[in-house]
Design a protein around this ligand. Structure first.
Ligand code: TXA
Ligand code: MG
Length: 306
């Protein structure tokens, strides 16, 4: 795919959020938005999330903010929750890939909020080349794009997994991408049943188009740890939660059930494992059913090609 020229790249800004770094472009500038697709190598039928600094900015994109949407914004914004709402006709087709809905999110990071207040609403996909893990540090952005993009440095992202995406455009509401905020968190606010994402690759038009694309698979094969058969191997990076008594070595990372830490470091571990030349990444599967566990299982299974 063509690399956008310098003038167009100057319209883009990489900014930190609490989840991952975003590649921002004005949500009102078709030329900047097309540069986002070009520089990422992103398929044009995968729509973008509009990022806002406050609730009022959503009115430029959504036909209306329903009572349920308003409740979720009040409780979870700013934060890692993306709402898919019926869109206004004037929203650029390049943002929504021609769908009749638009995804909106208010990130919880002071540098993101500052950039959005200064520049207005921005589309911001994760600032990685398509097919690479989402970036959780400025170094990851540099590894994918060199120094061709301006990056606002906020250090490492706190959460490390992309936001929960929920479709509020039709009932029953459906989780399209699991994240730190779970279906149960949302159910307890709305007092309505929320459908969990099936995660399966859909035939025909996908409900969340991003779901149909194969996600980052490291060169190393990613598999779940099997306590009955796995013995320590030197060509394997182990990301363990608890059952490590018989495993010791530089290639064993023990997260001692700290799932937040595993989530924050996962994409960096994937990138590092490839740089270090590991053939396998073996990960102990979380057993709990909370939002974070389901989000981790989702991203790890996508990376394993399951
Ligand atoms: O945490 C995040 O959400 C990060 C940070 C930068 O905010 N952004 C992010 O964007 O992960 P991206 O482009 O990598 O993922 C956007 C996801 C895709 O799966 C896309 O298909 C889905 O949101 N999406 C966007 N608009 C949609 C719509 N109208 N209907 C359904 N799914 C939509
Ligand atoms: Mg992405």
């Amino acid at each position: 795919m063509a690399t956008p020229d310098k003038n167009r790249l100057q319209k883009l800004i990489v900014f930190p959020t609490e989840t991952v770094y975003g590649l921002g472009a004005s949500a009102f500038d078709p030329d900047a938005i097309s540069a986002v697709f070009e520089v990422k190598g992103r398929p044009s039928d995968n729509p973008l999330i509009v990022h806002v600094a406050d609730k009022n900015m959503v009115n430029d994109f959504a036909i209306e903010i329903s009572d349920d949407a308003e409740k979720l914004m009040d409780v979870f914004w700013p934060g890692p929750l993306t709402l898919v709402l019926p869109k206004k006709p004037e929203v650029l087709d390049s943002i929504t890939s021609g769908l009749n809905t638009v995804a909106v999110r208010m990130p919880n990071h002071p540098l993101a909020q500052k950039a959005l207040l200064e520049r207005g609403a921005m589309v911001a996909p994760s600032a990685n080349r398509s097919g690479r893990p989402s970036p959780t540090s400025p170094e990851h952005v540099l590894a994918d794009f060199g120094d061709s993009l301006s990056v606002i440095d906020g250090g490492k992202c706190e959460l490390g997994l992309e936001s929960t995406v929920i479709n509020l455009a039709e009932e029953p509401y459906t989780i399209l991408r699991p994240g730190h905020i779970s279906a149960s968190d949302i159910e307890s606010i709305l007092q309505k049943k929320v459908i969990r994402s099936t995660d399966s690759i859909q035939e025909g038009p996908a409900r969340s188009p991003g779901m149909k694309y194969s996600h980052y698979a490291p060169k190393a094969r990613v598999c779940w740890f099997n306590p009955t058969s796995d013995a320590l191997q030197s060509d394997t990076l182990y990301l363990m939660l608890n059952s490590v008594e018989h495993f010791h070595g530089e290639n064993v990372i023990n997260y001692t059930n700290d799932l937040k830490k595993l989530a924050a470091e996962l994409y960096d571990r994937f990138r590092q494992a490839d740089i270090q030349g590991f053939d396998f990444i073996v990960i102990e599967k979380p057993t709990s059913k909370d939002g974070l566990s389901l989000a981790l299982i989702n991203r790890i299974e996508k990376a394993s090609g399951e």
